[in-house]
Design a protein around this ligand. Sequence first.
Ligand code: HEM
Length: 491
Amino acid sequence: MDSTNTAILLLLLALVYLLLTLSSWGKARLPPGPRPLPLLGNLLQLRSQDMLTSLTKLSKEYGSVYTVHLGPRPVVVLSGYQTVKEALVDQGDEFSGRGSYPVFFNFTKGNGIAFSNGDRWRALRRFSVQILRNFGMGKRSIEERILEEGGFLLAELRKTEGEPFDPTFVLSRSVSNIICSVIFGSRFDYDDERLHTIISLINDNFQIMSSPWGEWYNIFPSLLHCVPGPHRRLFPNFGCMKALIARSVRDHQASLDPDSPRDFIDCFLTKMAQEQQDPLSHFHMDTLLMTTHNLLFGGTETVGTTLRHAFLALMKFPKVQARVQEEIDRVVGRARLPSLEDRAAMPYTDAVIHEVQRFADIIPMNLPHRVTRDTDFHGFLIPKGTDVITLLNTVHHDPSQFPAPQEFNPGHFLDDNEAFKKSPAFMPFSAGRRLCLGESLARMELFLFLTAILQSFSLQPLVAPEDIDLTPLSSGLGHVPRPFQLCARAR
Ligand code: HEM
């Protein structure tokens, strides 16, 4: 080939490349947003202290659908009830992917339910939902476990004898024991070292992920890997949890009877054995360890954190606390523990729990989503694989859905006749295909634990109610409440 031919060939190749690039750029039409800097993206517009506030502020300027660059990566941000619902519910399939979340992904490598995509996610999710249902999630059998655990929790509260205490560990132990009993087959005693390890590792990681360190790690993982700071504890903590779960899996393997599975791990091991010959199976040791970890993490920190927010709100608004107690006394009395059957007759209590979840808004930016194909949305064309942040916080504070969104007001969930009123904008568990897998379990726990506590105790703050600060200590992955102590006075 002479030099003229080579030049023509190179020119043709360059033209084809240019055409391909232009056509894909021409196709994709990301929503507008602040102009990014090379590599840094829009970091100058995002106050490192609080990503949520910065993203919400940008939505006032650019509307309910805009693009922000987290480092070099474009991410579409959605806010307000209508827009978030149109994405997660009306176009649920397209928005069902899981977006990049390096803090978790570098540990799970896409092997658990929460941070996997495609066929693996579908297989693990379908299987986990099925097994959790078989072990009673959303049914009477799990209600009995929660009531039994509630009894242990009340005994611990009695031991405080009305003296001040920090409720974090007391609540987490009881909450964690519910999901532990489904996963490991039995609850732990409250002084069992393994339960303490699980709770402190999860609590520490949730706090770090909810701090600016966790947010920065998600934007610049390689850089942050080399920088000292509390985020360096994340992966050793994850490693300890994995080792603890792996030890339990080994014990299960040694005593497994496939005909009578005792718990989630037994069911998973049995499925692994059934699909051993299938090279495409998603059921292997890594997916078992990571799925178990996802369930433990999801099932421990979220409910415990919500209960702490509830304690603070009930102490700040003593009239709300008194009215819940009056309803418990009237509907249940003192002779037996409240049960789920009572809920329908307790609209005020139900409304208070919903309002706590709306107001506390514990996962304010949701977990990141990703579009699974090129997606038409609000006149834009979001290319397949683009990450999407849905600001659940803006749904919970949408004035078109909640008349006084900044106020704690159980009336948001009551109609004119004081009957319980559902709201489509109630999304603490998110919505659509990725809806929290533990929603029904969490709702049972919140109702049963909270009513059992308020039936027997009044929650008293150590400071004047007006000095109780309901704003979160930090806001990243989670809204973590400020640390506090209280007295549980027997009624
Ligand atoms: C008050 C309690 C809880 C809240 C507020 C909560 C909230 C959430 C949210 C916002 C998501 C992300 C949904 C999305 O990506 O759109 C999620 C996912 C998830 N949650 Fe929960 N959660 C709670 C309790 C639980 C419990 C008790 C479990 C365990 C049984 C659990 C297990 C999970 C799992 C496995 C996922 C990942 C689902 C998937 O990616 O398909 N959560 N949760």
